[in-house]
Design a protein around this ligand. Structure first.
Ligand code: ATP
Ligand code: MG
Length: 376
């Protein structure tokens, strides 16, 4: 008689998901268990993100648990799959889950909160923000998007910077123009990521004269008039700062959470506090802080902390936020941006690319943790 499935499940019920704090069986992550006549055991585990940094360690824990509980197993084959969980902010309306409905006076003419945009097929929307310009928001957004897509997730990226769109250049598509079918704008696909930028739609002089409501409605169209179809993650590269455009956007979107990018420098940190305040005011969860341009590695391997040391990490700690990782300065990062080939694709082995990939995994992980904690 072959090994009973119930014994395999019992063994797996001792394996905890380190982030979600419960066992894999209780979490419903065990999708298939079987054992054949020759006692070969097969299991499929469904994680909450394909970019899970714990993937390998969870897999090894499963194998170890089965080996201990079922010593007669001839072989143990664990397949790791994933199904991205969706954000709380997609269910229910604003006002639900502690989102206040009365964001009336934030300085945009007393119009009240902008109408919430509904994106039913998008599981998670992640805003990438900073207080100050030029700290690497777009670089982080691009490498995050490409990295999540490479892990197998369905990913979209929106460049919401009307006055200086950089995504077309960073993806090597400065002259791309999207097609329109059935009244929907088709996103441009590059490196496995669905892209939309104001830079694909209008020339820069046109966008430059837009202000206030014009700017807001243009950005709205980037979201609502585009045929995104099903997405696990939609990354939103916000324009720098914490002004009206940013505030309107973070109120209008059902955001899963925000990632805040900073350099270690104090100046950037003073501004980053404003970004934190903005997200807290509108009750958007902050997934954490990314420190970019953390150091420069000298040829002898030592690190030069050009912009100061661990400012981002200290800031995160002091404000009760997760620290999502540090990305060093790398010449190839800037080159990759200018040449339209994100460093994660062009030079995946350099320290900055390795760090950016880790940051992406950490962000996906925080999204999974957040989604697991919502009670909707
Ligand atoms: N880790 C890094 N190493 C080297 N160069 C970097 C790094 N991060 C960003 N850069 C470079 O710094 C410049 C600014 O980065 P980026 O455009 O991503 O910043 P941003 O915050 O999006 O700027 P803006 O506020 O203008 O939107 C770019 O030329 C980019 O290639
Ligand atoms: Mg930018």
């Amino acid at each position: 008689m072959s090994i009973q499935e119930s014994r395999i499940i019992e063994a797996l019920s001792t394996v905890m998901d380190p982030d979600l704090g419960r066992d894999l069986v209780t979490l419903g992550m065990i999708k298939e268990v079987s054992a054949d006549e020759a006692d070969n055991v097969s299991v499929t585990v469904e994680l909450t993100t394909p970019a899970c940094p714990m993937k390998e360690s969870i897999k090894q824990s499963c194998i170890a648990a089965i080996r201990t509980a079922i010593p007669e197993a001839a072989s143990i084959n664990v397949t790791m799959g994933s199904k991205v969980t969706s954000s709380c902010s997609h269910h229910g309306q604003p006002g639900h889950h502690g989102h206040h409905e009365h964001h009336t006076h934030h300085g945009h003419g007393g119009h009240g909160a902008p109408q919430r945009i509904q994106l039913d097929n998008v599981r998670n929307i992640i805003a990438v923000a900073s207080g100050k310009g030029g700290v690497g928001k777009s670089t982080v957004s691009v490498n995050l998007a490409v990295s999540l897509a490479a892990s197998g997730a369905k990913v979209g990226l929106i460049d919401a910077d009307l006055y200086g769109p950089s995504i077309p250049t960073m993806f090597g598509l400065p002259d791309a123009r999207p097609e329109v079918t059935d009244g929907k704008i088709q996103p441009i696909v590059q490196y496995g990521v669905k892209l939309m930028s104001i830079g694909f739609l209008v020339d820069s002089e046109t966008a430059l004269i837009w202000r206030g409501p014009m700017a807001s409605s243009a950005i709205r169209q980037l979201i609502t008039d585009v045929d995104w179809q099903e997405l696990d993650y939609l990354i939103f590269d916000l324009p720098p700062g914490t002004g009206d455009i940013q505030l309107t956007l973070v109120q209008a979107l059902p955001l899963t959470g925000a990632v805040i990018v900073t350099t270690p420098q104090d100046v950037a940190l003073a501004d980053v506090a404003k970004a934190v305040t903005m997200f807290r005011k509108v009750e958007v969860p902050i997934l954490g802080v990314v420190e970019n341009m953390s150091w420069y590695e000298l040829p002898d391997g030592t690190r030069d902390y050009i912009f100061g040391r661990q400012g981002g990490e200290k800031f995160a700690k002091a404000n009760g936020l997760n620290f999502l990782g540090a990305i060093p300065i790398g010449g190839v990062v800037r080159e990759g941006g200018d040449e339209g080939k994100p460093v994660i694709i062009g030079h995946p082995e350099v320290p900055s690319a390795v760090a950016a990939k880790q940051v992406a995994g950490e962000i996906a992980r925080q999204v999974s943790i957040l989604n697991a904690s919502c009670t909707c």
